[in-house]
Write a protein that binds this ligand. Structure first.
Ligand code: TYD
Length: 201
């Protein structure tokens, strides 16, 4: 079972993944968590190129590097785990590419990005995608004062477009579960567990 978490920076995704991690550990469930970009040696190297380089990066280069990191993670780690019927949790997946590179940066047409997403994910589709929905203004306040990487430093307009992209994606596919990210972490966590539980019945 593949579960992905999505949302703009500051939505509280990492907190939720940690809470789910603790919960599943307590239950003795076998599962793995990976972050995107990252999760393998190659993908972590690509991550550092993407997030820490200060040089101007061409938007298509950015799109292809996120996709390259994904391809390696999915082929090397995720597919073998799914084949053994394990639960895999991804901190971001190709919906991030559609929202950030597609809607945010207009790096390429949405049709081209969809094709690339299919290729880079080796046709792997999440069973559940939790979208932690939050207004970009509210999210911005949450991330104020924290160290920002290259993408997090992009302007307000960029994040508005990314948020619109997520809203459109989430309304177009039933694998999305939209969670109000302004609720308390405990409240959101309860909903996450309930949804996962229901999907396994
Ligand atoms: P994330 O790991 O959520 O950030 P943090 O380490 O600060 O919690 O994501 C890293 C950044 O990469 C985030 O700003 C979103 C961006 N991103 C894309 O633009 N496209 C993608 O395909 C992915 C996976 C991430």
């Amino acid at each position: 079972m593949l579960i992905t978490f999505e949302g703009i920076d500051g939505c509280g995704k990492s907190t939720q993944i940690e809470m789910l991690n603790d919960y599943l550990n307590q239950k003795g469930v076998r599962f793995s968590v990976f972050r995107e970009p990252g999760g393998t040696d190659i993908s972590e190297k690509v991550r550092s190129l993407l997030l820490h380089e200060t040089d101007e990066m061409d938007p298509v280069t950015e799109l292809l590097l996120f996709s390259a990191a994904r391809s390696q993670l999915i082929r090397e780690k995720v597919i073998p785990l799914l084949e053994h019927n394990e639960i895999v949790i991804l901190d971001r997946f190709y919906d991030s590419t559609t929202a950030y590179q597609g809607f945010g940066r207009n790096s390429s047409s949405l049709a081209e990005i969809q094709t690339l997403n299919k290729l880079a994910s080796h046709n792997t589709v999440p069973d559940i995608t939790f979208y932690l929905r939050i207004d970009p203004e509210v999210a911005k306040k949450r991330t104020e004062g924290t160290g920002k990487d290259r993408l997090e430093s992009a302007g307000d307009e960029f994040f508005k477009k990314v948020a619109t992209g997520y809203d459109m994606l989430a309304s177009s596919d039933s694998r999305f579960r939209i969670l109000d990210a302004t609720q308390s972490p405990e409240e959101i966590h309860k909903q996450v567990i309930q949804i996962i539980g229901e999907s396994q019945q």
